[in-house]
Design a protein around this ligand. Structure first.
Ligand code: DGT
Ligand code: CA
Ligand code: CA
Ligand code: ZN
Length: 572
């Protein structure tokens, strides 16, 4: 079993949180936090170091006692110390920590003084106005807590696509093991590759409905059966997500798939078009004067009303019918079109794997080139590189590149935009790099006018190429910073700045709507993973799906080009 440094670090951080809540002294809490940081920053896997009998106390911030705890985690995957900490603390107390603005100390205080042990109890206390009387919780803090708590609730109702995928694929495998399942389709927003899904919709083709539905509700991950009927059932999985099943007959397959893929607004439009032609269309089929018209798949149905096949990602009623009627649908970009990944981080700044490890993995993924783009130094926490360290970094990358076959490694940086729009690295250094990404990691709350000017100024620097995660949103966690996106896109067009579609499943930034708009303006885009470990290099598909929802074709995305043409596309 492989134990990643990240898993160890997370356990150490959990220990720090729990100790903090228990009121352990600050020094002790901090020692666990620092140890976690050390573990996170190791370029080598701690597990391998232990196999070689390396003494962990040689590492900074790790003493005898923490070293022992790490050993136990590596050997057993668990920690008895952590379990014993958890035993003494109400289980829901840790949930409160997830709320923005709540640290261990505050959690402890509320627990001690108001006996608050869960989010629900916190909400009650807030509404009764009890919290604002506690030392350290002013009016403002209380108000912020209220909003953050509400925000969390509404966000928690949707699941990001990656999580949904991780939950539903094993479920589908389980379902397909049953002989009575002739065919299984995933439908709904999941099939349209929406960035978050409300619930997951499954269609199963079978003539033995009851057996299929029993098998569905028998799944071991089912926590609760919400409904169970003759043709459909809804269950809630232990992870909280809802799954909807409909068992359908073969003759309804095309119509049902079309109907349950949605979106609702796409369906409504199609139904109207059908009505105007004298047909009725619903989840069971297509009918004329109550007589069924046999159309077996989606393509045939679209064709019947004069349309080319519309890919699920476009079914949002954003002009797809018109485009389809005029044979003008985009030829959507595909994962296999991607020839390079041009945002990734390594142990040279805040990530888990070395340049070489990242390059090897990318070669395995079939890429022709990559750009290594570690962080600049401004944001202290991420261990960024300072101006005078860049020549060394370029040399490091160049050397590795020389000895590396079948993939080209470009030298890049992700440079911070400072509050005034200046960049965190000097022009002298920037012009030596192959690829310069720029991005915002601070001062998110400037006024729209100030934020716009700040970004425009950065875009006018002659050496920057790619605006990384341009709106800064994190799905369900952080709103985009406010600025005039139209102005930014137009400047991007004028200055040949490439806009990134960051493929990290919690970012997907630019999103679909902004990508579509960028394309209309004539701005070029790049899809990159922003990977902080070799595993995250697999995120490319999420970026491609979002790009497809934004109507993008191969030609709109410059990392579909060969390395020479890619470099050319960056030229001003
Ligand atoms: P979600 O689950 O909120 O992410 O979004 P969807 O699109 O998966 O919506 P969901 O699960 O409520 O329903 C699945 C599909 O069923 C939806 O995309 C279109 C279809 N559908 C649901 N309700 C209606 C409706 O009232 N009218 C029509 N025409 N179609 C509907
Ligand atoms: Ca759904
Ligand atoms: Ca549904
Ligand atoms: Zn970044």
């Amino acid at each position: 079993m492989i134990i990643h440094n990240k898993e160890i670090a997370e356990k150490l951080e959990e220990m720090a949180n729990l100790l903090g809540i228990k009121g352990a002294n600050e020094y002790r809490v901090r020692s666990y936090r620092n140890a976690a940081l050390t573990v996170r920053r190791q370029s080598r896997r701690i597990q391998n170091m232990l196999e070689e009998d390396k003494d962990l106390t040689q590492l900074s911030n790790i003493g005898e006692s923490i070293a022992e705890k790490i050993k136990e985690i590596v050997n057993t995957g668990e920690s008895s110390f952590l379990s014993s900490l958890k035993e003494k603390i109400p289980p829901d107390l840790l949930d409160i920590l997830e709320i923005k603005g709540m640290g261990p100390k505050r959690v402890q205080k509320l627990y001690d003084e108001l006996d608050i042990k869960s989010k629900k109890e916190l909400e009650k206390a807030l509404n009764k106005g009890k919290v604002k009387n506690i030392n350290g919780f002013g009016k403002k803090t209380t108000k912020n807590l209220k909003t953050n708590l509400k925000k969390e609730e509404s966000n928690n109702k949707r699941t990001i696509l990656k999580q949904a995928r991780n939950l539903i694929l094993p479920f589908c495998e389980y379902l397909e093991r049953l002989n009575e399942v002739q065919k299984l389709h995933l439908a709904g927003s999941y099939r349209r590759k929406k960035e978050t899904v409300g619930d997951i919709d499954i269609l199963i083709l079978s003539s033995k409905r009851q057996i299929v539905i029993d098998h569905f509700t028998d799944y071991e991950e089912v926590e609760k059966i919400i409904s169970k009927g003759e043709t459909r059932s809804t269950v809630k999985l232990k992870t909280g997500i809802l799954v909807d099943l409909r068992v359908i007959k073969e003759k309804s397959e095309g119509a049902a798939l079309l109907y349950f893929t949605g979106s609702k607004s796409h369906n409504v439009t199609l139904r109207k078009i059908a009505q105007d032609d004298g047909y009725k269309i619903n989840e069971y089929g297509i009918f004329q004067n109550n007589k069924r018209i046999n159309k077996s798949n989606e393509s045939e149905i679209y064709q019947m009303f004069g349309f080319e096949y519309i890919p699920p990602e476009l079914r949002e009623n954003r002009g797809e019918f018109e485009a389809s009627k005029n044979n003008n649908l985009p030829k959507l970009i595909q994962l296999k079109d991607i020839k390079g990944d041009v945002q990734m981080h390594t142990t040279q700044s805040d990530a888990e794997n070395t340049i070489t490890e990242m390059a090897k993995k990318c070669r395995k993924l079939g890429y022709e080139y990559i750009a290594v783009t570690d962080h600049s130094g401004y944001i202290g926490v991420t261990q960024g590189l300072k101006d005078d360290e860049i020549p060394e970094q370029i040399e490091r990358i160049t050397k590795i590149n020389e000895n590396f076959e079948n993939i080209e490694i470009l030298s890049g940086m992700e440079v911070d935009v400072l509050e005034d729009g200046k960049l965190d690295l000097s022009d002298e250094v920037l012009k030596k790099l192959d690829v310069v990404l720029f991005s915002i990691h601070s001062h998110f709350n400037l006024s729209s006018k100030k934020q716009t000017d700040r970004i425009l100024k950065a875009m006018d620097n002659p050496y920057v190429n790619i605006f990384a995660h341009p709106t800064g949103r994190k799905i369900g966690k952080r709103d985009p910073y406010s600025y005039d996106i139209e102005k930014i896109l137009k400047r991007a067009k004028a200055n040949n700045i490439i806009m990134e579609i960051n493929a990290s499943p919690a970012r997907l930034d630019l999103n679909d709507i902004h990508s579509k708009r960028a394309k209309e303006i004539g701005v070029k885009m790049v899809i990159s993973t922003d990977a902080h470990s070799i595993n995250e290099l697999n995120y490319m598909k999420y970026g491609v799906w979002q790009a497809r929802r934004g109507w993008l074709e191969k030609e709109d995305v410059i990392n579909t080009k060969s390395v020479e043409k890619f470099k050319k596309a960056l030229k001003k």
